[in-house]
Design a protein around this ligand. Structure first.
Ligand SMILES: [Cu+2]
Length: 699
């Protein structure tokens, strides 16, 4: 599969880069479906691949979502230093499929303190791929696009002997006194490959014009080993990774991360069985262990201590068979996902106070798909359909003896309910494109679905757990929920003409049965139900219940670049999206305002110098239902420089927020940390002025 590329790094610039620029790459390949953001250099042997530099414009953020958010249509939902979610064309949360090295898994935190990209430290990311608008059905279910982060990986050697390669990088950033180090060391021959990866990141509270954002420190380590052996016309491969997050702040939530201990395991075989017959078989397992509380990071610590334990185990298996060539084939596949989850709320001061807010829960899915990749005359297409069957069931909640009153009533009512759900859903996607000399028009039509999550269906105890909505509302689940169905149309073209590229897309997404919190009953504010009683004890007398509503999103976005002379490149992106309810007059929650990013980059053989502007309008189209507050517009400038004389070490440095502008990105959460220079209830500010330096070495 050939990818279109967004070069974050000004990298090999000028003529060389333009050959690898979006539109040009597509012309060569024909797959116009995926945006790939190349983050770091590949670990391949020098000369075996294009050497592409890290994103030179910015300090590598701890949260790789901030890198993905630089793509057209992207924005970062901020819920903490390591808890960002990708908003893609106005949708986020579980509507955007997130995978690491192509592996699907259930995250552990009921409030998504560990969204998928939590497990992709920027310093270890080789590339981030974002499906343009609609993910292929072969990737499994996914309502609104997909993001896949690839971590650094050992590759087979190109020569005859055993080769050692690697990539090491280290960065320091003054604005949060953070450091990140990480890399890959690999040993490989033509027939086997073995790699070890590791990273360590740590940062303090970040500073802004006005002080220090309290409770925003973070610490995370990741290590792993992977390898492969050529076997029977293909490769037998396996990988193991362990991610350990230490206390890290989540200022928009009531609790902060104490730990995530997560293990990823995967093995499989991929290769050719015969000419024009390719098979891939994979199995995977991910286990997440999590603790969050309001004592370890939070200052001042909350008067009533809370510590919540969560776990999520995911087993996956999939197989796909491609009959035909890469560009003309039928692919058939089957995949399954078996998820176990549980959440236990405790009060460390009262051992008998325990509530199984998410009792042992299972969500199982099996699915199958067929995808037809073909073309006729000037038109190329990919047409796919898939069917998935999902079964969910939840055990009865168990409460400690110190829990009395409302929660007991609710637990008993839940225990007496069905506590199960099952859905069969059908997805279909058609992509059409007309490969041209300099212009490639493209069209996507799709029907995509999303089955309600275990949380949305079975949250019997009213809490703020909402997969990271962070709107301060208390939510309760709804066993009557039906799956969401999105009808998606998008059209655009990719243009590459004499040093200029332009790739605009216009899209419309109509989401039927859009799952959204709505007032619990017809008399909001009047406490006349056990749910409202418990919710009001927990600080919100007007809880919301997940219900099926109707929504629509539309917008345009593009990226563009222009080479001026031999040394200068201008490149940028622009994004605009509107999201509305269709069943009543309201805007959707956490829709990013219109934004542009524009960089001017000058490069000689060894030096790179540049400046970048990121600007966003204010957002006044806010959600009344979610009690969302409007935000103001801003423009932030940065400077960056790089030096690469072809030696062992490459150096990069920059100044972020050059003018120390005060700004509040609309998708940042609202602060709940008392010991902070950000007032409680205020949207968390962007980072202030700071220096960053980075050294990296590829060998
Ligand atoms: Cu959590």
């Amino acid at each position: 599969m050939k990818f279109a590329r967004i070069l974050l790094g000004a990298s090999a610039l000028a003529p060389a880069v333009l050959a690898a620029c979006p539109a040009a790459a597509q012309q060569a390949g024909g797959d116009v479906a995926t945006d790939v953001i190349v983050v770091t250099a590949t670990s391949q042997a020098p000369g075996a691949a294009d050497k592409i530099d890290p994103p030179r414009q910015v300090a590598l953020p701890a949260d790789s979502v901030a890198i993905a958010a630089r793509a057209p249509g992207g924005a970062a939902v901020g819920n903490g230093a390591l808890s960002g979610q990708l908003s893609y064309r106005g949708l986020f949360g579980e509507r955007v499929l997130g995978t690491i090295n192509g592996q699907r898994f259930a995250t552990g935190g009921p409030n998504a303190m560990d969204p998928p990209m939590h497990y992709a430290p920027s310093i270890l990311v080789e590339s981030i791929a974002i499906a343009r608008g609609v993910a292929p059905v072969a990737d499994g279910p996914g309502l609104a696009g997909a993001i896949d982060a690839r971590l650094l990986e050992a590759r087979f050697a190109s020569g005859d002997g055993v080769e050692a390669h690697g990539r090491l990088a280290a960065q320091y950033r003054t604005v949060d006194s953070s450091h990140a180090t990480g890399g890959l060391v690999s040993l490989a021959s033509r027939n086997w490959r073995l790699g070890v990866i590791g990273s360590l990141e740590q940062g303090g509270d970040y500073r802004f014009d006005g002080g220090r954002a309290g409770g925003t420190s973070f610490k995370r380590a990741l290590y792993g080993v992977h390898g492969g052996v050529r076997l029977g016309g293909g490769e037998l491969f396996a990988e193991f990774r362990r991610s350990e997050t230490d206390p890290s702040g989540n200022p928009p939530f009531a609790l902060d991360i104490v730990y995530f201990n997560t293990s990823f395991l995967r093995a499989g075989w991929r290769g050719d069985l015969a000419q024009d017959l390719a098979l891939q078989v994979r199995v995977g397992r991910v286990t997440v262990g999590h603790l969050m509380d309001n004592q370890t990071v939070r200052r001042p610590a909350a008067a009533v201590p809370r510590a919540s334990y969560a776990r999520a185990d995911t087993n996956t298996a999939d197989a796909s068979l491609r009959i035909g060539s890469a560009a003309r084939n039928i692919t058939l596949g089957a995949d399954g996902e078996w998820v176990d989850k549980a959440v236990l709320i405790t009060n460390p001061a009262v051992p008998q106070f325990t509530i199984g807010s998410q009792p042992f829960s299972q969500g199982d899915r099996i699915g199958g798909f067929a995808q037809w990749r073909h073309g006729s005359g000037p038109v190329e297409w990919e047409l796919g359909a898939r069917v998935d069957h999902v079964r969910q069931n939840v055990a009865s909640p168990v409460l400690g003896s110190a829990v009395t009153g409302g929660p007991v009533t609710l637990a008993n009512a839940f225990a007496a309910s069905a506590r199960r759900g099952s859905d069969t859903v059908v997805d279909a996607a058609l992509r059409l494109w007309l490969p041209g000399e300099s212009v490639t028009p493209r069209l996507v039509l799709a029907r995509k679905t999303r089955v309600p999550s275990l949380l949305e269906r079975f949250a019997w105890l009213p809490t703020e757990a909402s997969y990271g909505l962070a709107d301060g509302n208390i939510y309760v689940g709804n066993q009557a929920l039906r799956p969401e169905t999105a009808w998606i149309a998008e059209a655009g073209f990719d243009l590459a003409m004499g040093g200029v590229t332009l790739r605009p897309t216009a899209f419309y997404r109509r989401v039927d049965n859009y799952i959204q919190g709505t007032p619990f009953d017809t008399s909001p504010g009047v406490i006349n139900s056990p749910v409202e009683m418990v919710a009001s004890m927990n600080g919100d007398a007007t809880p919301l219940m997940f219900r099926n509503t109707d929504a629509a999103l539309r917008g345009v976005d593009f990226d563009a670049s222009a080479a001026i002379g031999r040394h200068l490149l201008l490149e940028g992106t622009a994004s605009l999206v509107r999201g509305k309810r269709r069943d009543l007059t309201d805007n959707l929650y956490r829709i990013p305002p219109a934004s542009v990013r524009l960089a001017a980059i000058w490069q000689s053989a060894a030096w790179t110098l540049g400046t970048e502007m990121t600007a966003a309008q204010g957002q006044h189209r806010v959600s009344l239902t979610n009690g969302e507050t409007p935000s103001g517009g801003y423009a932030v400038f940065g400077l960056f420089a790089g030096f690469d004389a072809g030696g062992v070490v490459k150096l990069e440095a920059g100044i972020e927020n050059l003018f120390d502008a005060s700004y509040q990105p609309h998708l940042s959460g609202l602060n709940r940390v008392g010991a902070s220079d950000v007032p409680v209830g205020e949207r968390l500010p962007g980072t202030g002025r700071g220096l960053w330096v980075r050294a990296s070495s590829t060998f």
